[in-house]
Design a protein around this ligand. Structure first.
Ligand code: PRX
Length: 637
């Protein structure tokens, strides 16, 4: 197993070594895995192209490390513990031996249906065990998985299928989420109707057994294809830098991009970070509440925990069903030791009152984590007191789809914790703060744009089908640096506090969204001429979506128009991107070169117009007053 740091002195020592001798450090971690063939070179990279190779020439299969290598030592231990949406449905568990068998069967089924190494397979599924099994089955045979969060619309799904020219979609019939029953297969049918010509098969997992349309040319049942397969499926030999998966994420411009992760480095880093950030011990039960449709689920429900031989819980439901005590009920029921969730969930549950937490015994919790967005002090304090009972350190973990794993975080019981601070870099991670002139901001007690100046094993390799975009977005802002898109502060002790995105990306309930993407969706409404979307502070969601819209014809019924706009966005992207506030404006403040002055729109949306700055250079300064007059929030002058 990879190193598990135990003391502060050791952290400091290891960190130092990882910076001074990164290759030796990571080679030692990589040695702990099963390789078909050792690497020729630990690291070969340049950030200018970028061209990043970790464990170059090494051959492996990540599933042999997630599954096969545990069989002798922990074959009977539970690998995945599945908790259903309905609390009355019994939990289902898969031991490492059972999971291995199921993955092999599914892998053989995929092969039988013509899926080969390098083919892309799209997943559009609820949080059922078959999702994890399917993902691992792809990795087993070298197919590239592209999981699309099942809350995205048919349009968004179609865009992603087309971008990656997927050969197969794996879906469920329906998704039971809280009290809802979502017609997943129907959404896939709708996506395919938008011309996903590359799709040869739709593999359907029977989840609720509800009625679905059946297309005899494309559709196949999971249970029929998988059941008769052999439980033996030799793993495909993969190069360290062969693609493992694609995961789409939003940027400040254009359509979502497919972030590409590769096999060797991702394996080493997710296992290493999982073991250290959560201080997982033999026999512990670990639960990450994320969805596998996001990177958190990939790295810290599936790969990291399984690589580390952990018991990982997979939860189908939502935090508030049947009531706001569900998370704590599950923690109590399964005696969860490490719990990892998002600030949005914490804030929503905090708002429901302490009685939902107090009902349950949470004494098993040793570490509690937060991810995906800044956690505000109030939520941090509540989480610490009510959930952790002051005994379970909070790990406020900062990372991104592109980073593959957690980069900045406290190590529980080892480094200190401070509300709102993601704190210290992981070993091997070299964060820096840059100023707008491209210079590194030195010292402590400073702020800047967060970059990383040295590669780490699980970093993004490319954006699928468009390497130039990867270069432009992440490696061009500052020479020889990976640019995160976040602003950060470094306090007197060298702890990092993430301030938030500095680009046109907003973070709504921990879901990352490009404002341009939402605007493009809004512009599909027939009465919309132009729109501008900004984030604004929202008590529960962290950020809400505020849309300023110029219409062709005057809007008589604003409530009805808002409803229509929300429906269009739901159709184009999904309900997670629906604007919270819609304001019809006569114009948008623009610079003389025609660029929207978002700074002003953000200020109005935040309700604070005390310091609007110089608006006299605008093309249309009078619009500012009109925007303020019609603001959907109360303005503090
Ligand atoms: O702005 C940062 C925020 O989420 C962004 C990454 O989003 P995504 O790729 O969807 O990955 C989320 C899960 C890893 C970052 O650029 N973010 C993530 N974690 C934190 C955070 N902001 C503050 N504190 C965090 N702990």
């Amino acid at each position: 197993m990879t190193l598990q740091i135990k003391t502060l002195e050791q952290y400091k020592e290891v960190y130092q070594q990882s910076v001074e001798q990164p290759e030796a450090f990571w080679a030692a971690q990589a040695e702990t895995f099963q390789w078909r063939k050792k690497w020729d070179k630990v690291l070969d990279y340049n950030f200018s192209e970028p061209n990043i190779n970790w464990f170059k020439g090494g051959k492996l299969n990540i599933t042999e490390n997630c599954l096969d290598r545990h069989l002798a030592t922990r074959g009977e231990q539970v690998a995945i513990l599945w908790e259903a949406n309905d609390p009355n449905t019994p939990a289902k568990s898969y031991t490492y031996k059972q999971l291995h068998a199921e993955v092999c069967k599914a892998a053989n089924a995929l092969k039988a249906m013509g899926i080969q190494k390098g083919d892309r397979v799209c997943f559009y599924m609820p949080m059922v065990p078959e999702l994890a099994i399917g993902v691992l089955a792809c990795a087993r045979i070298g197919a590239v998985h592209s999981v699309v969060f099942a809350g995205f619309s048919a349009n968004a799904l179609a865009d992603r299928i087309k971008d990656a020219t997927c050969k197969m979609v794996i879906c469920s019939d329906y998704n039971s989420r809280g009290a809802k029953n979502i017609p997943v297969k129907q959404i896939v049918d709708d996506a395919l109707a938008l011309g996903c010509d590359s799709i040869e098969t739709v593999l359907v997992h029977k989840n609720t057994g509800g009625k679905i349309n059946w297309n005899t040319e494309l559709d196949k049942w999971w249970h029929e294809e998988v059941a008769a397969q052999s439980t033996d499926c030799p793993a495909e030999e993969m190069d360290s830098e062969d693609m493992l998966f694609i995961l789409y994420t939003s940027g400040s411009t254009g359509k979502p991009k497919g972030v590409v992760h590769t096999c060797g480095g991702y394996m080493v880093y997710t296992c290493f970070s999982f073991r250290n950030v959560f201080q997982y011990q033999e026999g512990d039960v670990y639960w990450c509440t994320a969805d596998i449709g996001w990177i958190t689920g990939h790295s810290y429900i599936v790969y990291g925990p399984l690589l580390a031989g952990a018991t990982t819980i997979m939860f189908e439901g939502v935090p508030t069903y049947p009531d706001a005590g569900r998370f704590w009920e599950v923690c109590d029921k399964h005696k969860v030791n490490q719990f990892y969730t998002a600030p949005t969930a914490i804030r929503a549950l905090m708002a429901k009152g302490d009685e939902y937490v107090d009902k349950y015994d949470l004494s098993s919790l040793k570490v509690i984590g937060s991810v995906g967005e800044p956690i505000n002090q109030e939520a941090w304090e509540w989480y610490n007191k009510e959930v952790g009972k002051g005994n379970a350190p909070i790990v406020d973990t900062w990372w991104q789809t592109e980073t593959g794993g957690i980069l900045i975080t406290p190590l529980p019981g080892i480094t200190d914790t401070k509300p709102c601070y993601a704190s210290y870099p992981m070993p091997g991670v070299q964060p820096v703060l840059m100023n707008a002139d491209g210079e590194e901001v030195q010292g402590n007690g400073v702020e800047g744009l967060l970059c990383v100046k040295f590669p780490w094993p699980s970093m993004i390799r490319t954006t699928y089908g468009d390497h130039e975009r990867c270069k432009n977005v992440y490696f061009s802002a500052f020479e020889n640096m990976y640019f995160t898109g976040d602003g950060a502060r470094r306090d007197e002790n060298g702890r990092y506090r993430i301030i938030g995105r500095v680009d046109d990306v907003i973070n709504v309930s921990g879901h990352r969204m490009g404002t341009a993407e939402v605007e493009n969706a809004i512009n599909e409404h027939e009465n919309v001429i132009e729109s501008a979307v900004v984030g604004y502070p929202h008590d529960i969601k962290g950020q809400g979506i505020y849309a300023y819209i110029i219409t062709q014809q005057a809007v008589e019924d604003e409530a009805a128009f808002t409803k229509e706009v929300r429906a269009v966005v739901t159709r184009e992207i999904g309900p997670i991107a629906k604007p919270d506030l819609v304001q019809v404006v006569p114009g948008l403040p623009k610079t003389r070169s025609g660029k929207i002055m978002r700074r002003i729109l953000r200020k109005v949306a935040s309700g604070d117009v005390s310091n609007l700055g110089d608006t006299s250079t605008l093309l249309n300064p009078d619009v500012v007053q009109a925007v303020m007059d019609g603001a959907k929030v109360e303005l503090k002058k």
